[in-house]
Ligand binder design. Sequence first.
Ligand SMILES: [Zn+2]
Length: 57
Amino acid sequence: MTDQHCPGFESNKTLNEVKIKCPECGKEWGIFSDEAEKMAKCPACGAAVDPKTCAVK
Ligand SMILES: [Zn+2]
């Protein structure tokens, strides 16, 4: 890590992946951390999943 570049630019480049699990069907998949602020949709069953409460550690 270097402080030579704009810190805002760096943080936009390094999105973390968040793994979430569907409470309806148990499907696990990954979303980007910037998508964790809003509801995600399960790719398997289509249920609305809140990444903040369904994150897999
Ligand atoms: Zn599901």
